[in-house]
Write a protein that binds this ligand. Structure first.
Ligand code: NAD
Length: 495
């Protein structure tokens, strides 16, 4: 296969999977698309086609939603107890551990990320299934004291059929961040992966089948936003859409969801996070984190600290620290000991280059651009650091989603708080200081769904994650996600 570098020895299961026909997974079966259409998925490290994948249209989505509804009514809700759900989720985690290498390889081939980063993603996905395997038997309702003539209690019930729409930057991990709590809460799911990265969602279907989940509990419809995503979002048989992706698409999804059947919607959207470094920051701790919190995943991560604010007394030091760190990053395909893989696509690469051009035209100064060698083929980009960028300028305002950060200096705390909050996004933020009072006060005043103090980009299945403002609606992970995928019912019993 031309798209796979000749010196790479893939796991035999990865090779076998790549060679098969990538149809739709509906009702526990692999089905040819009714649309009769397929599309190509490519390796962004060389731009060559990896596989052809089925393109689901309205009729295919309709079939998937019907299969999910049938499973919800007939088996998942009626026959499978909470303890059985726990066992199934845990069994799935074990099968993912068994096939960890296969999942990593598929993720690296299709997304381009270094194998080591793919390992982090797969392990995070496994930990989410294990964490949510504990919930089904422990998710209790409540009794409410009203008067002596009534007993009132509440139940949290599954929503029914949930549509999961995910992006390409962490294809498996983000799908599982949704899937694990949605299944634990008792829903049946239709997953639409991003059109750039369909393969791990399809491989997961094999593992779900092998784990013993009833047919129709997990369905996969592959294809782009139109027609596939739109068909799911507008479907009257879908009770909720859980979406992760860009803010403009999130807004479209809300409109379509409201105009169809007013289905529930939760949104994990874009970010433009501030990373604030005070004068007394521990520079050795910061130096372990700064390069990664700026450029991880080639900048294609929603939480990255793409707006760095540093006290003027440490400005030169931080510019130097980041330039040295970024300059040492190796760039190449994910199988060859690289730190940064390619951008996901030519289109994304061009989008980022366009932002850089606009940023320079608006007066931004490109103070550092890595000179490391970059492969000739594929969509590679070097990390870039800008200074002299105002809050209203494009490089500080727009989510660039590439290896581009800005550094600004500040003099006082009120000034930097205002600048850090001067974004329509509010997903995450970082604070670096040894002053414990300042750290907590500042964290409480920052407009961000997550704040990391003296660290960055930590995640755990037990900790709620999600944005404020135009970064989203609703919290994933932890107990919060069990609420995200259930609805509360109050029941009155006259005594
Ligand atoms: P995107 O919004 O272009 O696409 C996301 C998904 O939506 C894809 O599956 C796509 O096919 C689908 N889609 C597109 N148009 C649709 C429509 N009209 N109806 C239904 N589905 C549609 O985003 P992307 O380029 O895949 O991912 C990058 C974006 O995701 C960035 O903005 C990033 O910040 C965001 N993101 C957010 C988080 C978070 O947790 N907040 C995590 C990762 C990525």
């Amino acid at each position: 296969m031309e798209s796979i570098p000749s010196d790479i020895v893939l796991h035999e299961k990865t090779r076998a999977f790549l060679e098969r026909n990538h149809t739709l997974f509906i009702g526990g079966e692999w089905l040819e698309p009714r649309s009769n259409r397929y599309f190509g998925t490519e390796n962004p490290a060389n731009g060559k086609e990896l596989a052809q994948v089925a393109l689901a249209d309205e009729a295919d989505v309709d079939l998937a939603v019907a299969a999910a509804r049938k499973a919800f009514r007939q088996t998942w809700r009626e026959e499978i107890t909470p303890a059985m759900r726990s066992d199934l989720l845990y069994q799935l985690a074990l099968l993912m551990e068994r096939d960890r290498q296969v999942l990593m390889e598929l993720e690296t081939l299709e997304n381009g990320k270094p194998l080591e980063n793919a390992a982090y993603d797969v392990d995070s996905a496994i930990s989410h299934f294990k964490y949510y395997a504990g919930w089904p038997t422990k998710f209790e309702g409540s009794g409410i004291p009203v008067d002596n003539q009534h007993m009132v209690y509440t139940r949290r019930e599954p929503l029914g059929v949930v549509g999961l729409i995910v992006p390409w930057n962490f294809p498996l991990m983000i799908a599982v961040w949704k899937l694990a709590p949605a299944l634990a809460a008792g829903n049946c799911c239709v997953l639409k992966p991003a059109e750039q990265t369909s393969l791990t969602a399809l491989y997961l279907a094999e593992l779900i089948k092998e784990s013993g989940f009833p047919d129709g509990v997990y369905n996969v419809v592959t294809g782009p936003g139109f027609p596939t995503g739109e068909a799911l979002t507008s479907h009257h048989g879908v009770d909720k859409i859980s979406f992760t992706g860009s803010t403009p698409v999130g807004k479209e999804i809300m409109k379509t969801a409201a105009a169809s059947n007013l289905k529930d919607v939760s949104l994990e959207l874009g970010g433009k996070s501030a990373n604030v470094i005070f004068a007394d920051a521990d520079m050795s701790k910061l130096s372990e984190s700064l390069t990664w919190s700026s450029f991880y995943n080639t900048g294609q991560e929603c939480t990255l600290g793409s707006r760095i604010f540093v006290h003027k007394s440490r400005y030169e030091e931080v510019v130097d620290m980041l330039s040295k760190g970024a300059g040492a990053l190796k760039i190449g395909d994910g199988f060859h000991d690289s730190d940064l893989g390619p951008m996901i696509s030519r289109q994304q690469q061009e989008r980022v280059l366009n932002y850089i051009e606009q940023g320079i035209k608006q007066g931004g100064e490109l103070i550092f651009d890595s000179k490391v060698s970059v492969p000739d083929e594929g969509y590679f980009m070097t990390p870039k650091v800008f200074v002299g960028v105002g809050d209203e300028q494009v490089l500080n305002r727009e989510e660039i989603f590439g290896p581009v950060v800005t550094i600004s200096s500040f003099e006082d705390n009120a000034e930097v708080l205002e600048r850090a909050n001067a974004s329509e996004y509010a997903l995450a933020a970082g604070v670096w200081t040894r002053d414990i009072s300042l750290a907590h006060r500042f964290a409480s005043e920052l407009e961000a769904g997550t704040v990391w103090i003296n660290g960055y980009d930590r995640f755990n299945a037990a900790v709620p994650f999600g944005g404020f403002k135009q970064s989203g609606i609703g919290k994933e992970m932890g107990r919060s996600a069990m609420h995200l995928y259930t609805r509360e019912k109050a029941i009155w019993v006259a005594l």
